[in-house]
Design a binder for this molecule. Structure first.
Ligand SMILES: NC(=O)c1ccc[n+]([C@@H]2O[C@H](COP(=O)([O-])OP(=O)(O)OC[C@H]3O[C@@H](n4cnc5c(N)ncnc54)[C@H](OP(=O)(O)O)[C@@H]3O)[C@@H](O)[C@H]2O)c1
Ligand SMILES: [Zn+2]
Length: 421
């Protein structure tokens, strides 16, 4: 048996308990960073006797919550947990100790923890204590749930989502640069939900200059943390009176600039309490470096909200994990009206980036297409080959259509009062 996975065939009830643990884990969404979302279910005599999830960073881990909520003696029970139990002293003591002390008979783990502090050692510790550990049940779902955490630890960069809103004719603004609003209030409420789930929101200085957005989460009753606001601004053109600066708290804004930036303006921005990271070289930043630096600062996820130059630079650097594109039934025309991605493009349809695990949502008459970019997509070489059209077409990609959500109606009123972005 290898260090992490066993060859166990899991039963249907194993799968049902793990799916329940995944459901519980998802309740921590937006609250747990830099920790992952984790859920745990304790089962004895084919009955759930305890459940728990990691509610927020700094609070108990899922396993400990499940023990605390257990309805009966847990000795001999099976624990279903969506991530390998920790074996290190963090803000809380190791969960492996608690599991061993309570004499569980079996632990079923969805996936090993990519965090080097754990990475298989939690599983080994439990096995060394004589507990049966089975690994790999619902692993795909568990990795997807914590896609941010896995990307951060495995790729040493934040999980990056590029989001844009466009008209039916593919424009993100009119020819004059005006873009408020393309999408309806329901779509915009969803964007606020997305902001609440990430560590940081990012835009280019062009968007600061045209739209002057605030970039905060403004959902009614929202009391969670605000994401960092990251501005890509190689020449440091950002006006000191920009709303994203003046209405931010100390340390909430990170400006990524270059050695081309004027020193006095860097000093002024820092004196205002903003973080300015100066990257060596020309004004056009290399986003591979930018992402690595942001990861070193502990930022695990970023929602990039444009504009087209910045999105292009991110595609150029091949650091985009997911796309969320809204399309509204409006037409603005204009050859010079911007489209979602500038300064990056392929020459041949074979090289187009195909999204996978596509989900289509509807918000009123707006459509939102979400999908992932598999790493292999970046290997497509533009213009490399021009095959003759094939006789048979491949199967249509898998997708899911999500009908208008009741949640969307609930959110409708939440953003309508505060219309600025
Ligand atoms: N509908 C939507 O979803 C949406 C979203 C955002 C914006 N918009 C619209 O898009 C338009 C703005 O787009 P845009 O392309 O002009 O603006 P942008 O991408 O927000 O900002 C472009 C500027 O950012 C800086 N920048 C870009 N790449 C960089 C890199 N690799 N390193 C350092 N700095 C970099 C450059 O500044 P320097 O030139 O100084 O180097 C560049 O001029 C506006 O009309 C806005 O309303 C629409
Ligand atoms: Zn733990």
């Amino acid at each position: 048996m290898d260090g992490s996975k066993s060859r166990t065939l899991f039963s249907n009830s194993d799968a049902a308990y793990m799916r329940r643990a995944l459901e519980l884990a998802a309740r921590g969404r937006g609250q747990t960073s830099p920790n992952p979302m984790v859920g745990a279910v304790l089962v004895k005599n084919d009955q759930i006797i305890g459940e728990g999830w990691h509610r927020a960073a700094g609070l108990s881990h899922a396993e400990i919550e499940a023990f605390a909520n257990a309805q009966e003696e847990v000795e001999g029970a099976t624990l279903y947990v969506t991530l390998e139990p920790c074996c290190h002293h963090g803000k809380t003591p190791p969960c492996t100790e608690a599991i061993i002390a309570r004499k569980l008979s079996r632990v079923v783990v969805a996936t090993a923890d990519p965090n080097p502090l754990v990475a298989g050692k939690g599983i080994e510790t439990l096995r060394a204590a004589g507990i049966r550990v089975d690994v790999g049940l619902c692993e795909t779902e568990a990795r997807r749930l914590n896609e941010v955490f896995f990307t951060y630890h495995e790729k040493k960069r934040p999980f990056l989502i590029c989001k844009w809103a466009m008209t039916l004719d593919g424009k993100i603004a009119t020819e004059s640069g005006h873009s408020r609003w393309i999408t309806n209030v329901l779509s915009r409420a969803y964007v606020h939900e997305l902001r609440a789930q990430v560590d940081a929101v990012m835009i280019g200085v062009g968007t600061v200059l045209t739209d002057n957005p605030l970039l905060t989460v403004r959902l009614e009753g929202y009391a969670g943390r605000q994401p960092y606001r990251i501005i890509a601004d190689g020449n440091l053109r950002i006006p000191l009176r920009a709303k994203c600066l003046t209405l931010a708290k100390q340390g909430e804004v990170i400006i990524c600039t270059s050695t081309m930036a004027p020193q006095d303006k860097i000093a002024e921005l820092r004196a205002m309490g903003h973080e300015v990271i100066v990257f060596p070289g020309k004004a056009l930043l290399d986003f591979t470096e930018v992402m690595a630096e942001l990861a070193r600062r502990g930022i695990q996820s970023i929602l990039c909200e444009g504009g087209s130059s910045l999105t292009g630079a991110l595609f150029q650097a091949q650091v985009v994990d997911k796309v969320i594109a809204f399309m509204a039934p409006k037409i603005v025309g204009g050859l010079n009206a911007k489209t979602p991605i500038a300064s990056w493009g392929v020459m041949h349809m074979d090289a187009a980036i195909d999204l996978h695990d596509v989900v289509i949502r509807r918000f009123g008459a707006d459509v939102c297409v979400e999908g992932y970019i598999a790493p292999a997509e970046w290997n497509k070489v533009p213009n490399k080959r021009h095959p003759a059209s094939s006789a048979s077409l491949p199967a249509a990609p898998q997708g899911e259509v999500v009908e208008p959500e009741s949640k969307a109606s609930r959110l409708k009123n939440e953003v309508s009062r505060k219309e600025q972005s």
